[in-house]
Write a protein that binds this ligand. Structure first.
Ligand code: ZN
Length: 482
């Protein structure tokens, strides 16, 4: 049994967010009418409990101490995941005031995060502060990555701690009483763009620090049946010509795309194809017009203006298409092309474009509820080559060559994610009272549906790890397709 002589607890640094109805919000340190509690930071503090055997007496020399951090979704029987551990020394000063010191031996002792996928991949982040009286650190504030988990029926996460003295537990997770972290944000504008409810509706997002929506951006809510299908990603020859080489070996790229889509919930039913037969399939449905892979059925009078409009970022606005101008392809087939240039804004590529043709349901899906759902496409996925400073080229120039595969694979999977109707992830920027695609300074975005500009915008870029779909988006994929 834990010794029971100490208690770790968190001082609440939550803010109460009240939305102004147009995507902006105000924040307050106390609840207001209709406000939502958002926890950005917690402050760790230690108290003496005065119970149990005396593992440390007042005035005793400091002993080695350790604080383990845990988190779990708040369900009836929470399953805690270890987040990481903090080491230092612990003592009871004369008079009985406890001190957990991370600055022992004259230097800060760094937090060691857990290496498991739930933590290593996560961009759910919380600032951990120290009261600097009973728990001290010069590494302040520290950032905790919370497990990348989501359950629509349990949208509060618990943060727990366990304290050890000389390797012996003296305060268990239950004794320290886990702290509630709400994950739900209401009235968040899509893409973080306020005052534009038509293109950027106000939605509910979930997460801690980094947030994800469950609403489908283009398909509606009807289930589209994956059973009996495979996700087939065709890499057009242009992708191989423009991106594959010494730093992006073809098999590594194939493996990285497959790993991301498998992890999203499609299991082993994922193929990335690039052989001659795949090129023939691509050429049967799309033709490059100024590089833009346009439906082979598009009437000649529309092709050039459509391609120009896509390149300009207006997506064919103003062109009235006939139903016959699309190609119908299996919903789970994705054709990926490389194109010159750079899309505007935060993107590194451009997604498929569906046309809601007569008789189609859910934004261009044909046979959504049946065995063979298809997409009515005006164009395929494009990955923008850019230059040495723009687009994927510019991003690659800023990261180490061993991460190039991850960037190209993530960009392709990002555009596939849009085909599944997934929206961009956002950051809650408490300091500037807004939601932003790019994370605030010092914070990160690790999910596939985050911004490509995280690489382009930074002057000093660290590793670009393999990216995966975040747990909220995985729940959307599971609910809608699997
Ligand atoms: Zn995007």
């Amino acid at each position: 049994m834990p010794n029971n002589a100490f208690r770790l607890s968190f001082i609440d640094h939550s803010v109460y967010v009240s939305h102004t109805g147009n995507g902006n919000f105000n924040k307050s340190s106390s609840p207001t009418s209709g406000s939502v509690k958002v926890t950005n930071a917690v402050e760790l503090t230690l108290t003496a409990n005065g119970a149990g055997a005396n593992i440390l007496n007042p005035g005793d020399p400091a002993k080695p101490g350790r604080i383990d951090f845990f988190a779990a979704l708040k369900t009836r029987n929470p399953t805690f995941t270890k987040i990481g551990e903090l080491t230092g020394t612990i003592q009871l000063k004369t008079g009985g005031v406890p001190l957990f010191d991370c600055k022992s031996a004259g230097k800060d002792t760094f937090f060691v995060p857990d290496k498991g996928n739930l933590i290593a991949r996560s961009d759910f982040q919380l600032d951990l502060q120290f009261d600097q009286k009973t728990v001290t650190s010069v590494n302040f504030p520290m950032r905790l990555s919370l497990p990348w988990q989501f359950n629509a029926a349990a949208t509060t996460m618990l943060l727990g701690t366990e304290l050890f003295v000389d390797g012996t537990s003296v305060a268990s997770v239950a004794q320290n009483k886990p702290f509630d972290l709400p994950m739900r944000h209401t009235n968040v504008p899509d893409d973080g763009v306020p005052n534009d409810p038509t293109d950027h509706p106000l939605l509910t997002f979930y997460g801690i620090g980094r947030l994800y929506a469950r609403n489908n951006a283009q398909l509606g809510s009807q289930k589209i049946r994956f059973q009996g299908h495979r996700v087939r990603v065709v890499l057009h020859q242009s992708v191989i010509t423009r991106f594959v080489g010494t730093n992006v070996p073809l098999q590594s790229l194939v493996g990285a795309i497959e790993a991301t889509l498998q992890d999203a919930g499609f299991g082993t039913n994922v193929d990335v194809q690039h052989n001659a037969a795949a090129q023939t399939r691509a050429n049967a449905v799309f033709m490059p017009i100024n590089g833009v892979p346009v439906s082979v059925n598009m009437q000649a009078a529309h092709r050039s203006s459509f391609a120009a409009s896509v390149i300009a970022g207006t997506g064919g606005a103003g062109i009235t298409f006939q139903d016959t101008e699309v190609v119908n392809v299996d919903f789970f087939d994705f054709f990926v092309y490389a194109v010159s240039g750079d899309p505007s804004g935060d993107e590194l590529g451009r997604s498929e474009m569906l046309l809601p043709i007569t008789g189609s349901t859910h934004g261009g899906i044909v046979g959504a509820g049946g065995r063979n759902p298809q997409k009515a496409l005006l164009k395929a996925i494009e990955i923008c080559v850019g230059s040495s400073t723009t687009g994927v080229g510019g991003a690659l120039a800023k990261i180490i060559t061993t991460d190039h595969v991850n960037l190209v694979a993530s960009t392709i999977c990002h555009e596939i994610g849009h085909s599944f109707g997934l929206r961009h992830s956002l950051s809650f920027d408490s300091g500037n009272t807004k939601y932003t695609i790019n994370p605030p300074k010092g914070k990160t975005s690790k999910g596939v549906m985050g911004p490509g500009s995280i690489v382009l915008g930074a002057s000093n870029v660290g590793p670009f790890p393999a990216e995966f779909f975040g747990p909220v988006h995985v729940s959307v994929i599971r609910d809608q397709f699997l």
